[in-house]
Every structure is written in C-alpha cells, then in structure tokens.
Design a protein around this ligand. Structure first.
Ligand code: FAD
Ligand code: NAD
Length: 448
C-alpha cells in the first residue's frame, strides 16, 4: 500500500501551495526538498531580490529626502545589516511554510528524491511511495559555456545572496528582467555596475518604452550598459568582448537563462515538450504517465512563483476529480522592480494587432496625476490595450510607484471579463495613483 495519497517533490511556490491544497482537501501528503524550504523564489529569487531592490530604493529616497531638507543623506552603507535584514525576511517566510506543513499534517522530508520505480522514491535511506506524484522541481542556471569560465570565481543569483561585502565593480552578464533588477539594486547603493547583454538591447522581451525607461535610469545611476556585443572570453578579472573591449571586475555575476534539470524526468521515462526543454503535461498538468503531475518552472509557461502556485492548485484539483480550466496565460501578471515597478499582463499593442484585434491603446503619464506630484512619484505611465468592438481589455502595462499593486485593479476587471466602459465608470478615490487607470479607460471609451 502506498505511504501517501500525494508525494510532492520540491517545496517552492509550485510544491508547497499544492501540498497545502491537497492536505486541506483530505489527501495524506508529504513534501520532499533537497534544498532550503521555499525553493528558488524564497531563497534566491523573488523575495531576496525584492528585499535588495528595496535597499536601493531607500538609498535613492534618502538622497531625495535630503534634497527637501527632511533628512541627512549618507553614503555610508552597512551592507552586513542590509544582508541580515534580507536573511531575516527569508527565515521568517521559511518558518511560515514549515508552519503550513505542521498545521496541515504534511510530512516534510529534507533530502534528494531519487526515482526508484513507478511512484516510489528514495530519500536519504527512506523509501516513499504515493498514489500520485507532483513534480515541482523548478529550474536552475544553465552551466555557462563562455570560454575561460573555469578561470573565474563567478557568482550566480544563488551565491550572490551570500555575499557579505559590496563589490567595487560588479559586472553582470545577461540583462533579462532579473539581471536588470540586480544591476539596479547594486548601482543604487553606489556600486560601479557594468551590464552586458549579447542581444541588441537589454530586457529584450519588454516594450521599447520600458527599455528606454530603464536605460535612462541606468544613465542616472552611472550603470555601464553594453548591448549587442558577444563575450569572446573571460580571464580571472576581465571580460573580453568580441569588439575588443575589456571590462575589468572584482565580482562577476552571471544572470543567464534558467532551465529545468530534466535528469529525473528522463530517468522516469516521462515525455518532454516538442523542443525537449520542459516536462510535457496535459491541460490537467498530468504528465505522459498517469498519476504523475508537473507544475511550475519544470513545465515552462511563465516562469513566475504565482503561476507555479496556481498550477499546483489546479493539479491537485485534477487529482481530486475536480479538474479546472488550465491557467490563462494572459492573466498572469509579470513583474520587474527597479526604482519603480514595471507590471504588465496580457498582450502588448503589437501582439494584439498580430492576433487580429481591432486594437485601441492609450497611455497617460503619472505626471498628469495630482497624487503622484504630491508623493514626488511622477515617473512612469499607465497603458491599457483594448479592442474596439466590445471594449474588451486585452492587456495592461503600468510603470511607476506601486505599479505592482495597482495593476491588480486592471487584472480584476480583465478576469471578470469586464469592459473598458465599466472601468471608465468606476469611482476612483482622489487623490490616488489609481485614478490614472480610470483616466486611461475614459480616454479609450472616447475612441470608440
Ligand atoms: C533572481 C530571480 C528573481 C525572481 N523574481 C521573481 C519575482 O519577483 N516574482 C515571481 O513570481 N517569480 C520570480 N522568479 C521566478 C520564481 O522564483 C520561479 O518561477 C519559482 O520559484 C518557480 O517555482 P517552482 O515551484 O516551479 O520551483 P522552485 O522554486 O525552483 O523550487 C524547486 C524546488 O525543488 C527542489 N528539488 C529539485 N529537485 C529535487 C529532488 N530531486 N529532490 C528534492 N528536491 C528537489 C529544489 O531544491 C527547490 O527547492 C525569480 C527567479 C529568479 C532566479
Ligand atoms: N516582467 C516580466 O515580464 C518578466 C520578469 C521576469 C522574467 N521574465 C521572463 O522570464 C523568462 C526567463 O528568463 P530567464 O531568467 O531564464 O533568462 P533569459 O533567458 O530571459 O535571460 C538571460 C539573458 O542573458 C542573455 N545572455 C545569455 N548568454 C549571454 C552571454 N554569453 N553574454 C551576454 N548575454 C547573455 C540573454 O540574451 C538573455 O537576455 C524570460 O522570457 C523573461 O523575459 C519576464
């Protein structure tokens, strides 16, 4: 007889939320993890970088406050204290997850799950079997193939968070949203940062306005942005670029692509997606083997914690015989944090046109917003994309202070299949930043 109804491998946002859902629904559940509880998001992703971005924002704000005569700006940074705060935030969240396990009767087993056969795994010297398996093993940084890498004691987003002292000159290779967040967090504390991206522009998946916003910010923070140049090779303290430039560093941070480790999936004989990059699952998150499910970074889709968690819940619902619709790709919010938040969902204007919609798009800068002026937070804008026939909302982009919070107003209307007219009729309190959402909606209604 199986030991459990559900064995979850991986305690990241995909795994632990699924385990909670399963246990609350009466399934005897266990979670296995070989690393610290909470996975990438809690230990070396969303939470620690958010905490460091906040340090950067405080540093910039303290200079701003000093400008208005409210405080004394100081360039003295106690980085050990900032790291200690981050460690404390992480530990507090780890305790929270362990408490969820305890209060829901979930067994948590620390160790690497090694596939034995069928739905049986070995963890340390324990053999565990379950009626259902949920693989939530996430992704990891690809092994770099840059010539000379073996000579360099480089950092990844994991080892970066163990750093006790600020580097003098940090070179970051890879300028996706993540690379950009690390560059901001360090540059705002006064670290000299060089950011190298081999594609034509940094944050290649963002719209041009966001790319331009970040480039302008990095100019102010004296971040050296090097785009469209490949790395020829590395030496112990220099990056040698293909155009002959040599960039010295005392710390090198590689922010390259993350992909799932498919070793176990392959040993288990499970099918992969067409490109062979991710575990293939059906609309119920079930793999090619009945009773074995997969969620989160392991299966592709949006590589976000909230996507992993929702997929985990849906997989459990399927196990319970209460299958739901799969996650709506367009309803997953996407976040980047620099001095302000950059939050988006759904389609960009060009994507909406390509999809064949009669597109309306309107954008209003926060400069026009009274609350933003009073808060000295006039950076950024609200952009809403809708279609002309029914006023259906297709996407949104908010750049600005608190964007990651106020974006959820738009998302809620989208999720409830509300229209731009309904959004335009909503009463927003004054003075608030959210009023700009109402103003954009009114402008779109006038375009009908
Ligand atoms: C720098 C950075 C910043 C990010 N910022 C954000 C953000 O702001 N917002 C956001 O939503 N997302 C963010 N992400 C993405 C987010 O971290 C991931 O999408 C999310 O963690 C995926 O969850 P998961 O459960 O699929 O896997 P993970 O969180 O990676 O968890 C997988 C777990 O499985 C365990 N495991 C793997 N194999 C085994 C095995 N054989 N036995 C036992 N245990 C095993 C691992 O130890 C790990 O704990 C960020 C990522 C990075 C790298
Ligand atoms: N707000 C958002 O929309 C948001 C936030 C976070 C992540 N994401 C998305 O998540 C996905 C996954 O991101 P990821 O973290 O796996 O990484 P990724 O593949 O997007 O980023 C790695 C970056 O490093 C660059 N790079 C790789 N090798 C290089 C080299 N040798 N020299 C210089 N540059 C090099 C790549 O061109 C790329 O821009 C991406 O599609 C990203 O856009 C989106």
């Amino acid at each position: 007889m199986a030991d459990y109804d559900l064995l979850v491998i991986g305690s990241g946002p995909g795994g632990y939320i699924a385990a909670e859902e399963a246990a609350k629904s009466g399934l005897k559940t266990a979670v296995v993890d070989k690393g610290p509880v909470g996975g990438t998001c809690l230990n070396s992703g969303c939470i620690p970088i958010q905490s460091y971005v906040q340090n950067g924002r405080w540093a910039l704000q303290s200079k701003q406050l000093a400008k208005y005569g409210l405080a004394q700006a100081s360039d003295d940074i106690d980085f050990k204290a900032l790291k200690a705060r981050k460690d404390q935030v992480v530990q507090q969240n780890q305790q929270g997850i362990l408490q969820i396990f305890k209060s829901n009767g979930i067994d948590f087993i620390e160790g690497e799950a090694v596939f034995v056969k069928d739905k049986t795994f070995k963890v340390n010297d324990q053999t565990l079997s379950a009626k259902n398996i949920l693989l939530a093993t996430g992704s990891r940084v690809l092994e770099p193939t840059i010539p000379g890498i073996e000579e360099v004691d480089y950092l990844t987003h994991e080892s970066f968070f163990h750093m006790e002292d600020l580097p003098e000159h940090l070179v970051i290779v890879g300028a996706s949203e993540h690379g950009v967040e690390f560059a901001f967090a360090m540059a705002a504390l006064g670290v000299k940062v060089s950011l190298i991206e081999e594609k034509a522009t940094i944050i290649p998946n963002q719209v041009k306005e966001v790319q331009d916003y970040v480039k302008q910010l990095f100019k102010k923070l004296s971040v050296e942005v090097i785009e469209g140049v490949a790395i020829d090779h590395l030496s112990s303290d220099q990056v040698h670029l293909s155009d002959g430039q040599e960039i010295g560093f005392d710390q090198l941070l590689l922010m390259l692509s993350r992909r799932p480790d498919l070793t176990m999936v392959k040993t288990m004989g499970l099918e992969l997606d067409k490109k062979g990059t991710y575990l293939a699952v059906d609309e119920n998150y079930q793999s090619s083997s009945p009773g074995i499910y997969g969620v989160g970074d392991l299966i592709g889709g949006w590589p976000f914690a909230h996507a992993a968690s929702h997929e985990g819940i849906k997989a459990v619902k399927a196990i319970l015989g209460q299958a739901e619709y799969p996650l709506d790709f367009n309803a997953v919010p996407r976040k980047m944090a620099v001095d302000v938040d950059v939050e988006s969902f759904g389609l960009h204007e060009d994507q909406a046109k390509e999809a064949g919609y009669d597109v309306m798009s309107h954008q209003i800068p926060f400069m026009m917003n009274g609350a933003a002026a009073a808060l000295e937070e006039s950076e950024g804008f609200v952009n809403i994309i809708s279609e002309r026939q029914y006023g259906q909302i297709l996407g949104g982009l908010v750049v600005g202070h608190g964007a990651s919070e106020i974006m959820h107003i738009l998302l809620a209307v989208y999720q409830c299949e509300g229209t731009i007219d309904e959004l335009a009729q909503m009463v927003f309190a004054h003075p608030t930043l959210s009023e700009t959402i109402g103003d954009v909606a009114k402008a779109l209604v006038r375009k009908y």
